[in-house]
Design a protein around this ligand. Structure first.
Ligand code: HC1
Ligand code: SF4
Length: 573
């Protein structure tokens, strides 16, 4: 159908909104509540912020561009004085009910409200008077909720309910009492929240952010009696560059290691190594279940938000996840036992820090069962963004850093460990090892391309020797729910399932640089992980010489008693 926007004639398809058309042809209309998640094919447009007001000829009132669908012959004007002034007034009203602590807000310089205030030239906040007051929720180890910073855009609610299907957050009350919160305003750690952090990833302001642990980490580094060991997750190396003006998917592993040493960490290990260790145990568990006709399917268990999701939503299925601890926790356990023994350092003086793309990893580290001899496997978890902040705090010129290698004992990894960071990667890594364990033959082509991609739910049947093996993969908890409902209906449908709570897997984790639902960014990060894998000299976890050494020198038999004691866990409904 034909329409006119700012005097330009355009043809549009039915259901096109004014905002869709404006963005397509490069006309800028400010938005705040609107959110388009191409990776989940989801759009949030409650029209609550009223910042996208435009004028349509023949109408007395202004309309919201995000929700108004174009009709035949419509004449739209996006920049009339009336529309522009209405946007500014609406923004001033929002700001009048917002704390003005931008300088110390965790979202400072990344806040969409702040950016809009600047863009619309607001230099003074009008409308003094009453403001909403709500208590801060500090109950969670992962996420900090400051409801006074909420602009009621409902993005978090859409993410939690429609995309993740967890249903923790909803809008309550009216007027100044209006709040988006768990039911009955219960605290986050008492609710069904999985701590996936995807609400924080889409929050335009500082109303939900990750809990900052950088101060504790810096304190440990400054303490001369502490030996601080850091590990970095697979997904960090392909995303942190974005914080330093590099293109998404830039691979910065060597610079990262140097930056961590410059900050003062005593030892820098690679979570990719412990991902290889996870595969040793998980692939052996898979083979044990197949050979001994035990419970199938097996579910990967390294994503902590996913673990919490199955614990609260599908307690009847808790016998199917693998009992393996996640790679971050396995690394922590190995540092406080194996590394402590090899170096002669008292584990009481070792502080283990993880750099993770994920907010749920912070809560995972505090799970009481993830400790040995009274020592927590992992002491502190910082996000990719928090590490970026630390790098800036130390004035490190990231772009010009020399590259360096991980420390020896647990720094070498295979391509299999690297691809853990993307959806489909954990199960592909497991299959590379399980194939050889089950068939006793060498796997020549390690690229299982049928397991790759960014489709929300995927399945593929692959041959493991003479056995057909059906694999299900889901990323995003809404997709995980669908897959688990299939399992509830027919437990024989799949042999193995990989689930990651975040879009694209850990590369889209809530601790990563904000990607604003842009699937292109997720795609670039994913491609970079496969690129690292392709270029690794060793691409199967069981061929990692440091992994072989750890079993020989310390753990003994793969999937044996000591491995069970240190590397396996239990789940709680
Ligand atoms: Fe992940 Fe994992 S891949 S969970 O996505 O199994 O966070 O990157 O570190 O533990 O290895 C996250 C990433 C990460 C673990 C590994
Ligand atoms: Fe919902 Fe995840 Fe946010 Fe918890 S962390 S409220 S589960 S979106």
């Amino acid at each position: 159908m034909k329409c006119y926007i700012n005097g330009i004639e355009r043809e549009v398809k039915p259901k096109t909104t004014i905002l869709d058309l404006a963005r397509e042809i490069g006309i800028e209309i400010p938005t705040l509540c609107h959110m388009k998640l191409d990776n989940f094919c989801y759009e949030n447009k409650p029209s609550s912020c009223r910042l996208c007001m435009v004028e349509v000829e023949g109408r007395k009132t202004l309309c919201t561009a995000c929700s108004e669908e174009i009709t035949e012959g419509m004449v739209i004007k996006t920049n009339t004085p009336r529309a522009v002034e209405a946007r500014k007034t609406n923004l001033e009203l929002l700001l009048s009910n917002h704390p003005k602590d931008c300088l110390v807000c965790p979202k400072n310089l990344e806040c969409e409200l702040q950016e809009l205030a600047n863009r619309l030239g607001i230099r003074m906040v009008e409308y003094p008077g009453e403001r909403m007051t709500h208590r801060i929720d500090k109950s969670s180890a992962s996420l900090l909720r400051t409801p006074e910073k909420c602009v009621m855009c409902r993005r978090c609610e859409t993410m939690c309910n429609e995309v993740q299907t967890v249903g923790t957050l909803s809008a309550l009350n009216r007027g100044f009492d209006a709040i988006v919160a768990p039911a009955f305003q219960m605290k986050l750690n008492e609710s069904s929240c999985t701590f996936c952090g995807q609400c924080a990833a889409v929050c335009p302001t500082g109303a939900i952010v990750e809990v900052d642990e950088t101060h504790e980490v810096l304190k440990a580094i400054r303490d001369e009696n502490k030996h601080v060991v850091v590990q970095i997750a697979p997904a960090i190396r392909v995303a942190i560059g974005e914080l330093f003006n590099k293109a998404p998917g830039s691979i910065t592993t060597g610079k990262l290691v140097t930056a961590l040493r410059d900050i003062g960490f005593d030892t820098v290990f690679d979570t990719d190594f412990s991902a290889d260790l996870t595969i040793m145990e998980e692939a052996s568990e898979l083979v044990d279940r197949v050979v001994n006709n035990k419970t199938m399917p097996i579910l990967t268990s390294c994503c902590p938000a996913w673990v919490r999701f199955i614990e609260t939503n599908f307690p009847n299925l808790l016998d199917i996840p693998s009992s393996c601890k996640s790679p971050q926790i396995m690394m922590g356990a190995m540092v406080k036992t194996y590394y402590a023994k090899q170096t002669g350092i008292n584990p009481a003086n070792i502080v283990t820090v993880s750099v993770m793309p994920c907010t749920a990893k912070k809560a995972e580290a505090r799970r009481s069962e993830l400790s040995n001899d009274g020592f927590r496997d992992v002491d502190y978890v910082i996000s990719t963004r928090e590490l970026g902040q630390m790098i800036r705090y130390y004035g490190i010129d990231f772009d010009n850093l020399e590259e360096s290698e991980f420390d020896n004992l647990m720094g070498e990894s295979t391509g299999a460990g690297t691809i853990f960071g993307t959806t489909g990667g954990v199960i592909e890594a497991a299959v590379r090892t399980a194939y050889e364990l089950l068939t006793g033959k060498e796997l020549e082509n390690v690229d299982f391309k049928e397991l790759r991609g960014l489709k929300g739910i995927r399945s593929a049947t692959i041959k493991l020797g003479n056995r057909d093996f059906t694999i299900g993969i889901a990323h995003g908890l809404g997709n995980a729910r669908k897959l688990l409902e299939e399992v509830e209906e027919d437990q024989n449908k799949y042999d193995a399932i990989e689930i990651m709570a975040c879009p694209g897997g850990c590369i889209g984790g809530a601790g990563q640089p904000y990607h604003h639902g842009n699937s292109e960014i997720i795609k670039r990060r994913q491609e970079a992980l496969y690129e690292i894998d392709k270029n690794k000299p060793i691409r199967k976890s069981h061929e990692n010489p440091m992994i072989q050494k750890i079993y020989k020198d310390f753990l003994g038999e793969v999937y044996g008693a000591k491995a069970h004691e240190l590397l396996h866990t239990t789940y709680t409904p």
